[in-house]
Structures are given as structure tokens and as C-alpha cells.
Design a protein around this ligand. Structure first.
Ligand code: FES
Ligand code: FES
Length: 183
């Protein structure tokens, strides 16, 4: 590879280090799929509009089609392949999608699940959304109503329109999470 247009970089993905030469124009999405065989992350629009390529970067949701791999060096990336527990136990969001049929063709599902995992963290941290009615600091996280879930997940499109089940699944996972926190 031409060293003026490529560099050796080290990425941390799902707890593993990967060092490899990368063309500076390569996106995280293409690197995951084409170079590392992590094909769970899907390419939909390739221009930041559908959310199919959502991964977690340092715990926050990120559109991997808009991120250059060279800019992700040193950050912690998690893909759908790394969302479950090391023991193999599914993440509560994954389990809820399975239990409630939160998908039809499944193409958008990895992005939906990654997005939902980070969204629940954002909500627990008290981040408001455009649907949040009470923005006063003492109000705390708003109830995770279907309206809140829809607004917070609005960056993830589903061509099969499995939205009803997706919202139900995320609501169930949020409930499980709340029960866990109360224990
Ligand atoms: S493929 Fe990245 S947002 Fe559509
Ligand atoms: S389940 Fe088919 S695109 Fe969402």
C-alpha cells in the first residue's frame, strides 16, 4: 500500500486488538465487513441516513459508514458480535428482540440493537429527547414511553416496518434493566 495514502493502525473491537494497514479513506463499516469479516454490521444507505451500520464507539452509538477507520484508532468499538456477555448470554435487548419478534428480514436488527443498547444508557443518564416534556433538572429521566422510544430510535429505519415489535422489545429490555437496577 502507498504510505502516503495508508497507515498501520490498531483498532480495539469487541475487546480484541487488530493492527493492520488501512487506506486513509476506509470507513469503519468497510473495515469491519471487508477486512475483519465482522459482517453483523450492515450497510444500508452508506450515507448516514438509515442507521443499519450503527456500532458503539466508546459506548456511544455511531454510524460506522461515516467514520473513518484512521480516526477510530484508540477508541473502543463494539459491534453486534460483541454485545452479548462473554458467557454467551444474550444482552437483554437481544433477548427481547428474539422474544418479541423485533424483526422481519433482520437486516436492520444489528443496528437497531446497538442503537437501543446505547440509547438505554443515554436515557438512564438523564439525557432528554425531543419528545421529553419536562426538561427541568430535577425531573430525572422521563418515563420510557413508546413515544420516547420512537423518538430516541428515529435514526434507525426498518424497511420491513417492524416498528411495533421493535418498540415493544426495547420497552421490555428497559423494564428488565430497571428491575436489575432496583435489586
Ligand atoms: S449505512 Fe450507515 S447510516 Fe445507512
Ligand atoms: S427487519 Fe427488515 S429492515 Fe428491519
Amino acid at each position: 500500500m502507498d504510505s502516503s495514502t495508508s497507515s498501520d493502525i490498531t483498532l480495539h473491537i469487541n475487546g480484541e486488538k487488530h493492527t493492520l494497514p488501512v487506506d486513509h479513506r476506509t470507513t469503519v463499516l468497510d473495515l469491519l465487513r471487508e477486512r475483519l469479516d465482522l459482517t453483523g454490521t450492515k450497510k444500508g444507505c452508506d450515507q448516514g441516513q438509515c442507521g443499519a451500520c450503527t456500532v458503539l464507539v466508546d459506548g456511544r452509538r455511531a454510524l460506522s459508514c461515516l467514520q473513518l477507520a484512521v480516526a477510530a484508532e484508540g477508541r473502543e468499538i463494539a459491534t453486534i458480535e460483541g454485545i452479548a456477555e462473554e458467557s454467551g448470554q444474550l444482552h437483554p435487548v437481544q433477548q427481547a428482540f428474539l422474544d418479541l419478534d423485533g424483526y422481519q428480514c433482520g437486516y436492520c436488527t444489528p443496528g437497531q440493537i446497538c442503537s437501543a443498547v446505547a440509547m438505554l444508557e443515554e436515557h438512564a443518564a438523564g439525557w432528554p429527547s425531543a419528545a421529553t416534556r419536562d426538561l427541568s433538572p430535577e425531573a430525572g429521566p422521563p418515563p420510557l414511553t413508546p413515544e420516547e422510544i420512537r423518538e430516541r430510535m428515529s435514526g434507525n429505519l426498518c424497511r420491513c416496518a417492524a416498528y411495533v415489535s421493535i418498540v415493544q422489545a426495547i420497552g421490555r429490555a428497559a423494564g428488565a434493566r430497571t428491575e436489575e437496577a432496583a435489586r
